[in-house]
Design a protein around this ligand. Sequence first.
Ligand code: R5P
Length: 280
Amino acid sequence: MIVAGSATQGLAAELAAETGEELAAVSYEQFPDGERVVQITGEADRAVVVASTVSDGDWVELLQLQDALAESGVEDVTTVLPYMGYARQDSAFEAGEPVSARAMARAISTGSDRVLTVNPHETAVCDFFDVPSEPVDAAGRLAEPLGDLTDPLFLSPDEGAIGLAETVREAYGRGSVDHFEKTRHSGSEVEIEPSEAAVTGRDVVLVDDIIATGSTMSQSVDVLNDRDATRVFVTCVHPLLVRNARLKLARAGVEAIYGTDTIERGVSEVSVAPAIADAL
Ligand code: R5P
């Protein structure tokens, strides 16, 4: 039985179709004081909860879904986090701060026998869970909507995401790979230093794990346009797209933005359901 979090209903339906498992009926309600409550209808020995934790409320809802399954006697629960919020807080960066990713991981381990996380920012986050936990690499799916590219260059905005650019290039079948360097000055301010890669007359596909404020991608697009790239495509696994990110990218002059359905947005062109189904 596949059990959807409210932010992940489309992906859960894709996963049910992909695996042939029943898609459970779930209601998501709120009491007048704002407290949430879920209700699952369906019976099974084994359940897969698929819930991206984009907002704090999504974490509460996930704990409730897990507890509702325990309450109804489900014996084996796999939790799939298509997008794991707080995963970038994987260390106490300043004295007095928490390791938020660890706190979240411990909390949801209590109601789960196994956890799968799609392209976490760092795979080491999987070590924070108290139950067996694995990353799922769905980046290759981003090659699907790209169409016919001229002399393509797959480019990550920093060295940390080069593996994702390599994965998309491999799935696409041709092209070269390179990376820029990024220095982050604050949550929304970054500085991009270009590489020596020739981009004139080429189609460039930028690849990153997350687009949050859009600063990283829009500045990378600016650099590429200054260097006469033919077309610039922006791709990411998790299209968080907070605040005016979408507008920044449009103003930067991107050809298209392609994300996956780990976060259900207008740009979620491809589904990670086949990658999750393979890992289950
Ligand atoms: C961080 O290193 C991630 O890989 C992304 O590059 C980052 O989350 C993007 O953030 P923003 O869109 O706010 O620049």
